[in-house]
Design a protein around this ligand. Structure first.
Ligand code: HXC
Ligand code: NAP
Length: 286
C-alpha cells in the first residue's frame, strides 16, 4: 500500500506503544523505515516491543515514562533527540479507561483518566512540539481518539471528556502550529480487539458479541487497517490534511445516530413487507 521505506530517517514516538494498537502502529512504522521510541509505564511492555522493532531492522529505544509526569515526558523527548537524532512523529496513543456508573466515580478516578488521556497527550504534544519548532523542520502528530469524543457515552464519562478535550486540541493546534510545518490529526477507532480495551470495556463474550452486532459491517476492526491509516496520516501522503479526525469503525457511530438505522440491522425479509404494508395503507388512506 505504501512505498517501501516511506518513513525512512524519521523518528516516531508512540506512547503506549508496548501493547495493543500502539504496538501495531509502531511495528508498521518500523517496517516502513522509521526509528521508534516506545514509551509507557511498564519497562517490560516497552522493552519487549522495542526488541520486536529491532528485529525488523529499525532502531528503537524503550523508555519507561508516565505521561502524567511532564518531567518524564521531557526527558523522553531529549533521549529521542540525542539517541535517534530528531523528533518527527508523535502518536498520542496511551490511555486509561474503565466502565463505571458516573455516580460511583471518585474525583481521583476522574482525575486519573483525565491525567493520562488529556494531560498526558498535552504533555507529549508540548514537549514534542517544542522540539519540532526548534528544529525548523516541523513534524506530524496523531491523536488516537474514539467516536464518543463527539457523541459522548454513558459509563465512560472521564474517557469521553478527556478524548473530547484531545479532539479540541487537535483542531486548535492544527491551525496554531501550521506555521511551524506541524500537522495534527486524529483517528477515531471503533472496537478493535486488544487485551487492554477488552479487559476494561468488553470483558465477557456476550458483551463482545453485542458490540459486534451494533456494527453495520458486522465485524471488529483489524490492527493492520488502523496501522495503515496511521501511516497515511503521519507521512507525506497526507501532506495537505491537518486538523481532521478520521473515523475507522465499520459504520458504528453513524448507525447509532440515524433515526431509522435500526431497520438496516433487521432482517430485510421482515422489514420489506412491513414497509410495503405501510405504503399500501398510506394509499388506501389517501
Ligand atoms: C471505578 C476505578 C476503576 C474502575 C480504578 N479506579 N479502576 N474506579 N471503576 N474500574 C479508580 C481507583 O479507585 C482510584 O480512585 C483511581 O481510579 C486510580 O486508580 P489506580 O488503580 O490507582 O490507577 P492507576 O494505577 O494509575 O491505573 C490507571 C487505570 C488502569 C486507568 C485505572 O485501568 C490502567 O492502568 N489502564 C491502562 C490500560 C487501559 O485502560 N486500556 C484501555 C484503553 S481502551 P480512588 O479514589 O479510589 O483513589 C479505550 C477504548 C475506548 O480507551 C473506546 C472503545 C470502543
Ligand atoms: P491498551 O493496549 O491498554 O493501550 C493503552 C496503553 O497506554 C498501554 O500500552 C499502557 O501501557 C499505556 N499507558 C496507560 N497509562 C499510561 C501512562 N500513565 N503513561 C504512559 N503510558 C500509559 O489499549 P488499546 O486498545 O491498544 O488502546 C490504544 C488507544 O486506542 C487508546 O488511546 C484507546 O483509547 C484507543 N482506542 C482503542 C479502541 C479499541 O477498541 N481497542 C477503541 C477506541 C479507541 P503501560 O500499562 O505499560 O503504561
Amino acid at each position: 500500500m505504501f512505498k517501501e521505506r516511506c518513513l525512512e530517517g524519521r523518528t516516531a514516538i508512540v506512547t503506549g506503544g508496548g501493547t495493543g494498537l500502539g504496538l501495531s502502529m509502531a511495528l508498521k512504522f518500523a517496517d516502513l523505515g522509521a526509528n521508534l521510541v516506545i514509551a509507557s509505564r511498564s519497562l517490560e511492555h516497552v522493552e519487549s516491543a522495542a526488541e520486536r522493532v529491532r528485529e525488523r531492522g529499525a532502531k528503537a529505544i524503550a523508555v519507561a515514562c508516565d505521561v502524567r509526569k511532564f518531567e518524564e515526558v521531557e526527558a523522553m523527548m531529549d533521549r529521542a533527540e540525542e539517541d535517534l537524532g530528531s523528533v518527527d512523529i508523535l502518536v498520542n496513543n496511551a490511555a486509561g479507561n474503565f466502565l463505571c456508573p458516573t455516580e460511583d466515580l471518585t474525583p481521583n478516578a476522574f482525575a486519573t483518566v483525565i491525567g493520562i488521556v488529556l494531560q498526558g497527550s498535552f504533555h507529549c504534544t508540548l514537549a514534542a512540539g517544542r522540539k519540532m519548532i526548534a528544529s525548523g523542520k516541523g513534524g506530524t502528530m496523531l491523536n488516537i481518539l474514539t467516536s464518543y469524543a463527539w457523541t459522548g457515552s454513558g459509563f465512560v464519562v472521564p474517557s469521553a471528556a478527556a478524548k473530547a478535550g484531545v479532539l479540541a486540541m487537535t483542531r486548535s493546534l492544527a491551525v496554531e502550529w501550521a506555521k511551524y510545518k506541524i500537522r495534527v490529526n486524529g483517528i477515531a477507532p471503533g472496537p478493535f480487539p486488544t487485551e487492554g480495551a477488552w479487559a476494561a470495556l468488553l470483558p465477557t463474550p456476550e458483551m463482545a458479541e453485542a458490540a459486534k452486532n451494533k456494527i453495520p459491517l458486522k465485524r471488529f476492526g483489524e490492527h493492520e487497517e488502523l496501522a495503515n491509516l496511521a501511516v497515511y496520516l503521519v507521512s507525506d501522503y497526507s501532506g495537505y490534511i491537518t486538523g481532521d479526525t478520521v473515523t475507522i469503525d465499520g459504520g458504528e457511530w453513524l448507525a447509532g445516530a440515524g433515526e431509522f438505522n435500526q431497520l438496516a440491522m433487521a432482517d430485510p425479509a421482515a422489514v420489506k413487507p412491513l414497509i410495503a404494508a405501510m405504503r399500501s395503507g398510506q394509499k388506501k388512506g389517501g
